[in-house]
Design a protein around this ligand. Structure first.
Ligand code: AP5
Ligand code: MG
Length: 208
């Protein structure tokens, strides 16, 4: 099962990816997480991510395709955050990668702004919380490990607004790219609860 989870910043890609990897035991390829790990020793990359701009296509495409060629991806994978430009989608196709399905999570900008303002993350696992809608059992601590939660550097009001602008300009056209291909594109309501959305995704996966 090769799945693209697609959607604007804060639409719930990471939240649904965590559920999918648990249910289907598939590897996740989360380009944002890979880049944030790299940025720890690369101040230039850290500044770019903090601003909400995209990294250059060449940098990310090679990295992802190398990862997809690893043996654990033979059974399938979840792509979260890639492709994010039409160029990246073209690269994936030229590289011979055919995914089975693409889910597009639809959420209004207003709701996205609200969600990202309250997000907290457990960095090591990728578990995602929200101080309003999905708080941890103990404030500031991961439910499973008790380790501290962090706030992402690009979750400032300025960076969030820029990320949304970049999404609408450079990323949204990827939906049309796949809609005119043979890959099924399913647009789902990302404003329902995470549990309901996950049930819908599971049902659609079983149907396809
Ligand atoms: P990335 O890490 O991918 O960030 P993003 O696309 O901005 O998306 P987010 O991770 O912010 O949101 P999400 O959809 O995962 O939502 P989440 O589940 O956390 O990329 C970061 C940066 O890396 C980019 O800006 C770029 O610089 C670079 N980059 C990455 N990939 C790249 C690429 N391919 N090319 C170039 N550059 C790239 O949920 C958000 C919040 O909402 C949480 O608090 C959660 O609890 C809550 N929530 C989730 N679902 C629901 C729900 N159904 N109802 C209510 N609340 C919910
Ligand atoms: Mg994410």
């Amino acid at each position: 099962m090769k799945i693209i989870l697609f959607g604007p910043p804060g639409s719930g890609k990471g939240t649904q990816t965590q559920r999918l990897i648990q249910a289907y035991k598939l590897p996740k390829i989360v380009t944002g997480d890979i880049l944030r790990a790299k940025a720890k020793t690369d101040p230039q990359l850290q500044a770019l991510l903090g601003s909400g701009d995209l990294v250059p296509d060449e940098m990310i495409c090679e990295m992802v395709c190398e990862r997809l060629s690893k043996p654990d991806c033979r059974r399938g994978y979840i792509l979260d955050g890639f492709p994010r430009t039409v160029k990246q989608a073209e690269y994936l196709r030229e590289y011979g990668v055919e995914v089975d399905i693409m889910f597009v999570l639809k959420v209004s900008d207003r709701e996205l702004l609200k969600r990202l303002g309250g997000r907290q993350i457990h960095e090591a696992s990728g578990r995602v919380y929200n101080i309003h809608s999905c708080p941890p059992k103990e404030p500031g601590k991961d439910d499973e490990t008790g380790e501290p939660l962090i706030t992402r550097k690009d979750d400032t009001e300025k960076a969030i607004k820029h990320r949304l602008e970049v999404y609408h300009r450079a990323t949204e056209p990827v939906v049309n790219f796949y809609q005119t291909s043979s890959i099924p594109v399913v647009i789902v309501d990302g404003e329902q609860t995470p549990g309901k959305l996950f049930s819908e995704i599971q049902a659609l996966l079983e149907k396809n």
